[in-house]
Design a protein around this ligand. Structure first.
Ligand SMILES: Nc1ncnc2c1ncn2[C@@H]1O[C@H](COP(=O)(O)OP(=O)(O)OP(=O)(O)O)[C@@H](O)[C@H]1O
Ligand SMILES: [Mg+2]
Length: 290
């Protein structure tokens, strides 16, 4: 074997230096969650979580027996905060929200709301205690009108419909303008507003939002982020999971980078936007603070 190319053989194109090999990529994934960083995050959690409105400690949860998706995730939300959770696909972001909203059993760890243990409490109980949740997908009843969708949101307190509808319609005027229209006829962005409106009907003190900007045009994405800040300004504390990491970090008070079911980094949105490790691993080389 001389190594020289023979006529008729496919030409081998050299791999450019900057393209990582499969082994390097695998190494990169393995190295992504750095144990020292995880310890730092834990320490920051212990320091900041005192008196939190909502708090999760060392959560372990999963779907299939013997397979954990959350591997000791910690999180706290102080009153009036808007916090973000970013991280790669499959990191466990949606799973973390589902565990906090009682949709999957927690295997170990605790969740408290205003200091009360709510670990594995049922979703309808959590709703009555002031928790609202907007899932990533299928978050409206398409065959119902906008108004009926909002009525579903307030089924536990039907008499407060008119008052809450007025509040929600001020945030999302579309909901009043098109209240008799079927939700199935709406665009993705409009459905997102119905879903958020429905969660707000119960006057939650905490809103859990799973990728509110997913699948929307850039203009609608901006609109959703602005609405989230506006909802937060009315006194609703928010935990927002987002794929649009940079935009999320720009608007949130604090954020967590979740990777492999644990918090790899945490800090203010601005700190994380400027952190070279976070930029390299999670935001891409083009990440810039604007
Ligand atoms: N219902 C389910 N049954 C079994 N495994 C699941 C289920 N839902 C999610 N998983 C697995 O759990 C892991 C984490 O999923 P999760 O949806 O929490 O990730 P994510 O961080 O929200 O990702 P994405 O950015 O794609 O929304 C994935 O490996 C996924 O395949
Ligand atoms: Mg998800």
């Amino acid at each position: 074997m001389t190594g020289a190319q023979q006529p008729g053989e496919p030409r081998l194109v050299p791999v450019p230096d900057e393209i990582a090999s499969a082994e390097e990529l695998a190494d990169d994934t393995a190295l992504r969650v750095d144990e020292t960083a995880v310890e730092d995050v834990r320490a920051q959690h212990e320091e900041g979580a005192e008196g939190a409105l909502l708090r999760a400690d060392s959560l372990v949860a999963g779907y299939v027996p013997g397979v954990n998706i959350l591997n000791g995730a910690d999180l706290y939300l102080q009153d009036s905060e808007l916090i973000g959770i970013i991280g790669p696909n499959g990191a466990g972001k949606s799973t973390l929200l589902k565990a906090m909203f009682g949709l999957i059993p927690v295997r170990s760890g605790t969740i408290t709301l205003r200091g009360q243990d709510i670990t594995s409490a049922a979703a309808h109980v959590l709703v009555s205690q002031g928790l609202g949740y907007v899932p990533q997908n299928n978050n409206v009843f398409p065959s119902l009108t906008l108004e009926e969708n909002l009525q579903m949101g307030v089924y536990l307190r039907p008499r407060s419909f008119a008052k809450r509808f007025q509040f929600v319609a001020e945030l999302f005027p579309l909901l009043a303008e098109r209240r008799k229209q079927k939700a199935g006829a709406l665009s993705g962005g409009e459905r997102q507003m119905v879903a958020m409106g429905r969660a707000l009907m119960m006057e939650p003190s905490v809103l859990l939002l799973d990728e509110p900007s997913a699948g929307l045009s850039p203009a609608y994405q901006d609109e959703v982020f602005i609405r989230c800040r506006r909802i937060n300004a009315t006194g609703v504390s928010i935990i927002m999971v987002e794929q649009n990491a940079r935009r999320c970090l720009q608007i949130c008070d604090r954020a967590y980078v979740l990777d492999q079911g644990r918090n790899a980094y945490t800090g203010t949105g601005r700190d994380l936007l400027e952190d070279p490790k976070v930029i390299e691993l999670y935001l891409g080389t083009l990440a810039k603070v604007v």
